[in-house]
Design a protein around this ligand. Structure first.
Ligand code: NAP
Length: 542
């Protein structure tokens, strides 16, 4: 049997209608390829559909966290704040879906449960939650890097009589918080954003913190017309800066999470007076300015002490300040966080902190949480407990390749990809911002334009050259994985004391493998383009 013997629903099926999926549909359709997008959520937007918790906003400047492929779109769209809120980004992505007439090819409210490669016809067969079966030649997995929520399970969890809600599955109709006793578990980016907002309305808020975070005041502001006009006047230049920069970021506004250090001085050579001056000038960012903190653990620890000093100066209760202070892991190991009044929230009388380094959650009862030290009565339990990052969304689908191989099994010891895009054993399947690509380490929309654009070029090349299948070559894949590991070695990301979701350390049993490519966008795209220029070397084309 050949492809011509089966009825195809589309040339390409894209899984996911978030940023990558929407852009994939746009570019694939522009290249004349019949494309269908399958999406689990009732609406488009991916991350920006699901994460609608109070306080959700992006921590990349909005004028940069947006697409640059259409100069008219970027000129017309008005961002109202330096860091856009979730509703504004969701509205922007909905606008894109309408503007480019994408909706007619997007099937919402029907998640993909299985994707199986049919070797006899070189096609992919997709099965959905609603029992639909669709077939295409190519599979583009735009399933997202932070889209598989991680839900801890404590004894008695199901017995809780109140409301349990996960930040990444916040219901559209909202959650009743006013006058309620609310508990939040988790102090990563999501927890740190939701905590100050919930504290404003809850009767009492209890924060359950396992690892204190490094977080910096975002200094978010409304974007003035003047600021917006000035940036839009040089938008093309700014986009070129983004495409060519390490993390697809041009640094247009105040606090920028991906850019530090900013100073040539070494903290190891500094005097106490110089460190005090740094605190007075830079506040929480005093720890970020020094040149030697990225490569030297002693220097790093000295810088962390400046951060702890700022917490002591901000949080009135010394015991709470100490509990909020990061210790035992270096600055730069976990994803930095930007906040709005996070530490100040702990000065409120109606907010308390439970330090899970000193006590443990023993059980959830119908009335609340019992720790090893106390009972906390709760009406609402908010889980800001993160994601099975970069691999979870793919391994939760039954993706079957050649010879019935299951991706979940093939990745049991860590994901193996070629360029973060192709997977040996899974022909004609392409992953967007997958493990082994810069992914979560770079600004998504410009990165997606580069990487998903590359995938679309590849698919077009295959079609135009009458090629039936493209599959990552095993040796090329191993060489790429070795390179991804080698670049991450010696960085704070992989320090022995670091336990981050970048390393899969937040998920029990997940192998400790550094997931994204830390070599930066220019090196990454140079390699991708070199591969394309050499007839897609490293892929076996049939
Ligand atoms: P996260 O960074 O993984 O944080 C999860 C939090 O839950 C951590 O504090 C973790 O503690 C805690 N936790 C997990 N399981 C627990 C358990 N069983 N008991 C107690 N505590 C537990 O997840 P996230 O906050 O959702 O953020 C994930 C990423 O999404 C971010 O790093 C960022 O890249 C992105 N994000 C961005 C924004 C933004 O743009 N502003 C907002 C939200 C998310 P440990 O640290 O000890 O594991």
């Amino acid at each position: 049997m050949t492809t011509s013997d089966v009825t195809l629903d589309a040339d390409v099926i894209v899984v996911g209608a978030g940023m990558s999926g929407l852009y994939a549909l746009k570019v694939l359709r522009d290249r004349g390829l019949r494309t269908i997008v399958l999406e689990k959520a009732p609406g488009v937007g991916g991350t920006w559909y699901w994460n609608r918790y109070p306080g959700a906003r992006c921590d990349i400047p909005s004028l940069e966290y947006s697409f640059g492929f259409d100069p008219e779109l970027e000129q017309e769209w008005v961002w109202t704040e330096h860091f856009a809120s979730q509703p504004e980004i969701e509205a922007y992505l909905n606008h894109m879906a309408d503007r480019y007439d994408l909706r007619r090819d997007i099937r919402c409210s029907d998640g993909v449960t299985a994707a199986t490669y049919d070797e006899t016809t070189d096609t992919w067969l997709f099965e959905t939650e609603a029992g639909k079966r669709l077939r295409s030649r190519f599979a583009v997995m735009a399933t997202g890097g932070l889209s598989a929520p991680y839900t801890p399970s404590w004894p008695g969890m199901d017995s809780f009589a109140g409301t349990v809600v996960q930040t990444s599955l916040w219901p559209e109709e909202g959650v009743e918080i006013e006058g309620k006793r609310v508990g939040v578990v988790g102090t990563g980016s999501s927890g740190i954003q939701v905590i100050p907002e919930l504290a404003k309305v809850a009767e009492h808020l209890t924060v359950f913190q396992r690892t204190p975070a490094f977080t910096w005041p975002s200094q978010n502001q409304p974007l003035t017309d003047e600021e917006q006009t000035a940036i839009k006047a040089r938008y093309r230049e700014l986009r070129e800066e983004q495409y060519a920069s390490f993390s697809a970021t041009a640094g247009t506004t105040g606090a920028v999470i991906f850019t530090f250090p900013t100073d040539d001085r070494r903290i190891l050579d500094s005097t106490p007076e110089e460190r005090e001056a740094a605190i007075e000038e830079h506040g929480f960012s005093a720890c970020r300015i020094w040149s030697d903190t990225a490569g030297d653990l002693d220097a790093n620890e000295m810088a962390v002490e400046l951060f702890r000093e700022m917490i002591r100066r901000t949080v009135r209760d010394p015991e709470t300040a100490e509990a909020l202070s990061p210790r035992g892991y270096p600055l730069g190991c976990k994803r930095p966080v930007l906040d709005t009044g996070y530490f100040e929230t702990f000065n409120r009388d109606d907010v308390s902190l439970v330090d899970l380094r000193r006590e443990t959650i023993e059980e959830v009862t119908p009335e609340g949480i019992r720790t090893s030290e106390r009972f906390v009565p709760l009406d609402v339990l908010v889980l800001a407990t993160g994601f099975d990052a970069m691999t979870g969304a793919l391994t939760r689908i039954d993706v079957r390749g050649r010879d019935g191989r299951l991706l979940r099994d093939d990745w049991a010891d860590g994901p193996r990809t070629y360029l973060g895009i192709g997977v040996e054993g899974y022909p004609n399947l392409f992953v967007c911002v997958g493990p082994g690509s810069p992914g979560v380490l770079a600004t998504y929309p410009p990165q997606i334009e580069l990487q998903v654009g590359w995938i679309a070029d590849f698919v077009q090349y295959l079609v135009e050259h009458g090629l039936h299948s493209a599959e990552a070559d095993a040796a090329a894949q191993e060489a790429w994985c070795a390179h991804v590991n080698q670049v991450a070695e010696g960085t704070m990301f992989t320090a022995a004391s670091c336990n981050s979701w970048y390393l899969g350390a937040n998920i029990e049993g997940k192998p400790r493998v550094f997931l994204p490519y830390v070599g930066g966008i220019p090196a990454y795209m140079a390699r991708c383009n070199e591969v394309a220029d050499h007839g897609y070397e490293g892929f076996v084309l049939t």
